[in-house]
Design a protein. Structure first.
Length: 168
C-alpha cells in the first residue's frame, strides 16, 4: 500500500463526469483518477474547501456517529480494480475491536476527509491505473506535453464509470 493525497477534484473533459485525482506521496508520485458521483464529488469538494454546510450532510453524520460510538477510522484503502470499478476498504477501531468494511472509494474518501484518516492505494492498482505526470519544474517541448496528455487520457478512456455504461 502506498499513501496518497487528494491532488484535485474536477470533471473529465469529454464526458463531464466528476472525478477525484489521488497522488502518491512518495516517488514516483503516480496519480490515479477515480470517477465519483456528483453528490460524492460535492461532499468531497466541501471538505477540501474546509466548508461546513448549514445542516450536516450524510458524511458529516457518519463522522459524528463514528466518533459518538467511540470508534476511530484508521485508514482508507483503495484495494482493487475490478472490471473498471475501484474497490475500497475502510479500517476502523472501536471499543468492540477492529473492523474492515467494504466501501466505495468515493464514500470512504468523503468520510476520511472529515475524520482526518489517511488514504492508501495498493501497488497493484497504482501499477495498473496510475500514471506519472511530467514534473512542472522540468519543462517539456509542446509535442512531449501532448504525448503525455494523450497517454493519460488513454488511461482514463479505459476506465468508463458504471454510471456511463448504463446510459448507453
Amino acid at each position: 500500500m502506498r499513501q496518497v493525497e487528494i491532488a484535485g477534484l474536477g470533471l473529465e473533459a469529454t464526458s463531464g463526469a466528476p472525478l477525484v485525482v489521488l497522488r502518491e506521496r512518495d516517488e514516483p508520485h503516480r496519480v490515479l483518477p477515480i470517477f465519483v458521483g456528483a453528490t460524492e464529488a460535492a461532499a468531497i469538494g466541501l471538505a477540501l474547501a474546509g466548508q461546513e454546510p448549514a445542516r450536516p450532510l450524510t458524511y458529516d453524520l457518519m463522522a459524528t456517529l463514528v466518533e459518538s460510538l467511540g470508534a476511530h477510522i484508521d485508514r482508507v484503502e483503495v484495494t482493487e480494480l475490478r472490471d473498471g470499478t475501484f474497490l475500497a476498504e475502510l479500517t476502523l477501531t472501536s471499543p468492540a475491536g477492529g473492523r474492515r468494511l467494504d466501501t466505495r472509494p468515493s464514500d470512504a474518501i468523503a468520510l476520511a476527509l472529515r475524520t482526518h484518516a489517511p488514504l492508501f492505494v495498493s501497488d497493484t492498482v497504482l501499477d495498473d491505473a496510475g500514471a506519472v505526470l511530467p514534473d512542472a519544474a522540468d519543462p517539456l517541448e509542446p509535442a512531449a506535453i501532448d504525448a503525455q496528455v494523450a497517454a493519460f487520457r488513454s488511461k482514463l478512456d479505459q476506465f468508463e464509470p458504471r454510471c456511463l455504461r448504463r446510459r448507453r
